[in-house]
Design a protein around this ligand. Structure first.
Ligand code: FMN
Length: 246
């Protein structure tokens, strides 16, 4: 579907945004041109401006700077060309275990002083209720019961997290949004990327000394686009297959 040429509302960023989104491609071959450190830093800063649930920011970015680790990581990415030729290889990681610390940090770093009671209550009570499962999910059944009562009494509520997979899904959602911001930021800076799900996650976790509470959502190869870096013309299926007006 082509983009609209006019807009009914003032949209000063539309042309730049469209150019960034439409020119982003998955690039599998990069030149030797390095991404300046300041550019990568700005891209990571922009990545972390992604919307995220309760501002808990469960993401981490591991830039593989050590040549030894980098070589091993390429192997773990099954020697994909994007990984091999990338100027920077980044592991984009979702944390499933740091919600409590991040909640406390939200109270400490909340920009308004004094911190509103509503904010404190949210991070001290609502967030722990949402996430706390106890050892081997021992608290989850009770939480489920409380959630059902709330539903009956108060009406619709968001389900809390009952299992590790629930939290992993939550952390992955948030981190994937940051990943897309990162890819678009690289593009806006004149660089490119290739998201990679094709890697051995347990091996990568071991290489990066990460625990089971660190889920590597994707690896990202980044660098300057080589003339032969794009393997095929971009295409998507029909718009109407995906959009339902209900
Ligand atoms: C989560 C995810 C995992 C991906 N894994 C790989 C991968 O392992 N290797 C690869 O070459 N491309 C990978 N891709 C890139 C997709 O193949 C690509 O986005 C898709 O074909 C559409 O092409 P485009 O990005 O150029 O629009 C991945 C993309 C995403 C979002």
């Amino acid at each position: 579907m082509s983009s609209p040429s006019t807009s009914s509302v003032a949209a000063p960023h539309l042309a730049a945004f469209t150019a960034v989104v439409e020119s982003r491609r998955s690039v599998r071959k990069f030149t030797d041109t390095p991404i300046p450190d300041a550019v990568l830093k700005d891209c990571l800063r922009l990545a972390m401006l992604a919307p995220n649930s309760s501002n808990l920011q469960p993401w981490e970015f591991y830039v593989l700077d050590s040549p030894k680790k980098r070589a091993a990581a390429v192997d773990i990415c099954m020697n994909q060309n994007a990984a091999k030729t990338a100027n920077k290889l980044i592991a984009i990681v979702a944390r499933t275990d740091n919600w409590r610390d991040q909640a406390k940090k939200n109270i400490r770093e909340f920009p308004d002083r004094p911190v509103p009671k509503k904010v404190k209550d949210y991070y001290n009570k609502v967030v722990p209720f949402d996430f706390f499962r106890g050892p081997i999910n021992s608290v989850s059944a009770a939480k489920w019961g409380v959630a059902q009562v709330f539903r009956q009494v108060k009406g619709p509520i968001k389900s809390p997290y009952y299992t590790y997979d629930d939290v992993k899904n939550w952390a992955t959602n948030n981190t994937a949004l940051a990943a897309e911001n990162l890819m678009l930021a690289l593009r806006a800076h004149g660089f490119d990327s290739c998201a990679m799900g094709g890697f051995d996650e347990p091996a990568m976790r071991k290489l990066l000394n990460l625990s089971d509470e660190h889920h590597i959502v994707m690896m990202l190869a980044a660098g300057e686009r080589d003339d032969k870096g794009i393997y095929n013309t971009q295409y998507r299926f029909d718009f109407d297959q995906f959009v339902k007006y209900v």
